[in-house]
Design a protein around this ligand. Sequence first.
Ligand SMILES: [Zn+2]
Length: 414
Amino acid sequence: MSGSAQPYLTSEMADLIRKAISWDGAARKREYIISGRTRHFRVSESACFILQRVLSGDTFAQIAGTINAQATGSQVTEEQVESACLRLIAQLEADRDDAEVKPKAFGFWGRRQLFPKDLVLAIARPMSALYGRWPAGLLLIFTLCISIIALKGGGTRMPHTGYLAAYLLFLLSLMVHEFGHAAACCRFGQEPNEIGFTVYLIYPALYSNVTSAWRLARWQRVVVDAGGIFFQSIIASTYMGLYWITGWDPFRFAFLMVLLSVAWSLNPLFKYDGYWILSDLLGVANLHRQMPLVWSHFWNRLRGRAVPLLPWPGKIIAVLLVYSVCTSLAWTLFSWRLLQSLLVLFTRLPHSLASMGSSVWAGTFPATNDLRTCVAALLLLPLPMMIAVQIIRRLWVNSPPAPASGVAALKLKA
Ligand SMILES: [Zn+2]
């Protein structure tokens, strides 16, 4: 070992480090985003400093010397600098197009691409014009007026027919929603990635991969987060307008379904649009992963232990505390309800299995109800384990705080 990491840096890595940009967040210490080929890395100021010194040819001993000359508190050793540096370089090195391990987002069960990146770009780029000041302002007024008139004028009556057509119109609005995120990303000069299908927790969902939005300013990220709801509201208002013109009930029913779906998307407790809007408004990355940090901080303070300062200003910490209480309650309630449904399902299972066995034995097709119970039990089997792990992690384990450097979480907007 020559005492320098420069020989390990490829010219491509050097280029990425040179293009590192400051991340617009609320933390007291500055953070940086280094954008690789497939992933974005959020690194602390000191990590970015080390990489840049390596780039300029400094040895580990020289870097440790520079850090210690500026530091007022604890000192770092040459070995600590070396290990931090090699870890960062290893992460950058693992970021290749052919990397075997695909980055995963927590809570999402697999992803199936529906629109590849090129197609998303071709469709989303022209749509990004809707985010201009005038078009966006006029469209907001349009959706607001239509929604108010529809809700005041008895538009919420349940229709009697046309459920299938209404559901297809609703599915179309979900697709448009995803393009809303992608188009906002294009508007601010970043390239969105694929749009696809996933299962989030237990809900089937479409998603738009807009991880490149990590490079945007805070207010621009909020626009990307809210972009799906914006586009979906435009199409919903158009449905309502068409209902007034044609009198065709499925348009009105589709409008109502979109309204409910938008209200659900704004819920910040699970990883829907509301979660990302809150996260970017606060300037706190990975909200869910900060919960253990906030909990352990206050728990240790209650026990009279000396604790390091949390990385954010007081107002942000207060919001995080309220948010973490609400999230923990919501997760517990969600898990409890799900567990109750699973118990009912599994108590029915032995009877359904026996009934299916006798049908097969008798050479007849099993009853639909029995089939449904068995398939549902099979699909839902992994869930109790996942819930148990969730609860233990959230309530009893003092999880380590979110790392100062690492792969920035995928921004999958459902
Ligand atoms: Zn969305």
